[in-house]
Design a protein around this ligand. Sequence first.
Ligand code: HPA
Length: 252
Amino acid sequence: MPHPDHASIDLAVIGGSGLYKFPGLENTTRQAVDTPYGAASGDVVTGDFAGKRIAFLARHGEGHTLPPHRVNYRANLWALHSLGARRVVGVNAVGGIRGDMGPRMIVVPDQLIDYTHGRYTSYCDVEGAEVKHIDFSEPYTEALRLQLLAAARAANVEAIGGGCYGATQGPRLETRAEIARLKRDGCDLVGMTGMPEAALARELGLEYACLALVANFAAGCGDEAEISIEEIFAHLAAATAEVPRILGAMLQ
Ligand code: HPA
């Protein structure tokens, strides 16, 4: 059932690691949305931000209880779509592979390669569903990508436009050899949640872009012998603080 408010949702945001509540969201309502695909990661919180109506969903749950391979991506996007959202920004923590994509950098990728497995990747695999072969040459909505980049500029937040996101299975981080392979494949970033989210968004006809927050250099790409989770979360907290500024500028 569409929510009575549904026409007024200007933007949906899926928060990744480190973003479990959208700061500054006011007059909020929470909804547990029932979907044909099961439960979403949690309630969708709708509220006012920058004079617009935003729907927010924490991808891993508000207590970060769902690992990337257990996230119900289909239910999440279905829930946002059923509430009337038409454009979605996925905020994703990533490791940087390219030298200029170091910790705390914000990137709006324009390509991806999917290395995940065993996830439900389509709405077409339930009986009787229409089989759709979506065009995915450009996995992100270019107009939304450009809006994010223009907003980052307007908010004085450094952000890199373009780059290839390699989606890995997780929840473990990668080996150096795996990252070397991703690099040979042309990946600039690595994360665990970018797929199947982007493809499912396309199947539903949603506008979708990824706001990638670099938490660390991926294995073998920085100086550290090991990647520390404490450091990941410290860098993520810093980059996450810029997200409302970027989205606020985008909604102006
Ligand atoms: N690899 C995969 N996902 C990630 C990383 C990483 O190094 N850092 C944050 N998310």
